[in-house]
Design a protein around this ligand. Structure first.
Ligand SMILES: [Zn+2]
Length: 312
């Protein structure tokens, strides 16, 4: 069978000079843009939960940004409060507990992957750590940075979009928030050597690697030397993106080598109403064509009564 000769005209709207291609082959489809969105600290306990209860809507904390996050190919946040089905509702204090129904906040926003490695990972003890992993799995949300075994906490998760495998890993500078003197090996700690090994191993299973980093000095406006060292080590190891959180305020982004580092995205959902800067955060927006970053930026958000909204 003789193939028919076909000609194609590329649209000037693509920013290309129109030209004709004479070919007997099909023109390959234009490569799609894959958009990744990353949010900072999401704390679904305390006053955040009280406001949601008042609204009789457990998804309430994320309703203001649910549309934006759902539009991403992959949406990530740091889950600062473990879920638990034990004990009474937490109203105040520094030991968080998210009621199981609050997972609807993540689901309504189409969150695909969360970091569970942070200084509140053990707030609900061993049961809370396991319950959180189970609840997230049932909701179809990948969890990175903690696992049922030490090994699993370093495995990360791989999500494929538009034919590209995006790998996620997560680490924290602290896992006890002053409540424990021992160490739970099922929480991945901020160790640059171990992270470098994990990134290299992940590159055998993924085309692009993103590293979540829970670190920094609270309320301090600039990255500290340890944040900088760890983040750059992640890029040196082969990661394309580092997303930081924990300081409760935003830090700048840095283009470093072949990667991009967001040192701190600040709060996304939190009840720190006492300071203006803790009610401002950012959503990192990174777009890929294939495995290449074609654009990146920070979308500013404002937290109004615990609920983030995009600032236009
Ligand atoms: Zn934290």
């Amino acid at each position: 069978m003789t193939p028919t000769r076909r000609s194609f005209l590329l649209a000037p709207a693509l920013g290309l000079v129109p030209f004709r291609i004479e070919s007997s082959l099909k023109l390959p489809a234009l490569l799609p843009v894959t958009r990744l969105l990353f949010g900072g600290d999401v704390m679904l306990s305390r006053h955040v939960a009280a406001v949601a209860r008042k609204q009789a809507d457990p998804a309430w904390p994320m309703r203001g940004v649910a549309g934006l996050f759902s539009s991403a190919d992959i949406a990530f946040v740091n889950l600062e409060s473990p879920f638990s089905d034990r004990g009474r509702t937490v109203e105040d204090g520094m030991v968080f507990k998210a009621e199981p129904e609050m997972i609807e906040a993540l689901s309504i926003a189409g969150i695909d992957v969360v970091s569970t490695a942070n200084n509140h990972s053990r707030d609900r003890g061993s049961h809370g750590l396991e319950f959180t992993l189970d609840l997230l799995a049932k909701a179809g949300i990948a969890a990175v940075g903690t696992g049922l075994t030490a090994e699993a906490s370093h495995q990360g998760a791989v999500l494929q979009r538009n034919g590209v495998r995006f790998g996620f890993l997560a680490y924290t500078f602290d896992q006890s928030n002053g409540n424990y003197s021992d160490r739970d090996e099922r929480i991945a700690m901020l160790d640059a050597d171990r992270m470098t090994m994990d990134v290299k191993s992940m590159l055998g299973r993924a085309d692009v690697v993103a590293v979540s980093m829970h670190a920094g000095w609270e309320y301090y406006r600039r990255p500290n030397p340890w944040q900088q060292k760890f983040a750059r080590a992640a890029i040196d190891a082969g990661a394309s993106i580092v997303v930081g959180h924990h300081p409760h305020v935003t830090h700048t982004a840095e283009s470093y080598a072949k990667g991009i580092i967001f040192y701190s995205l600040g709060n996304l959902v939190f009840d720190q109403l006492q300071r203006k800067e803790t009610q401002r955060g950012a959503i990192a927006d990174v777009r890929f064509i294939g495995t290449r970053i074609v654009s990146y930026g920070m979308i500013p958000i404002e937290i109004v009564q615990t609920v983030p909204k995009v600032v236009y």
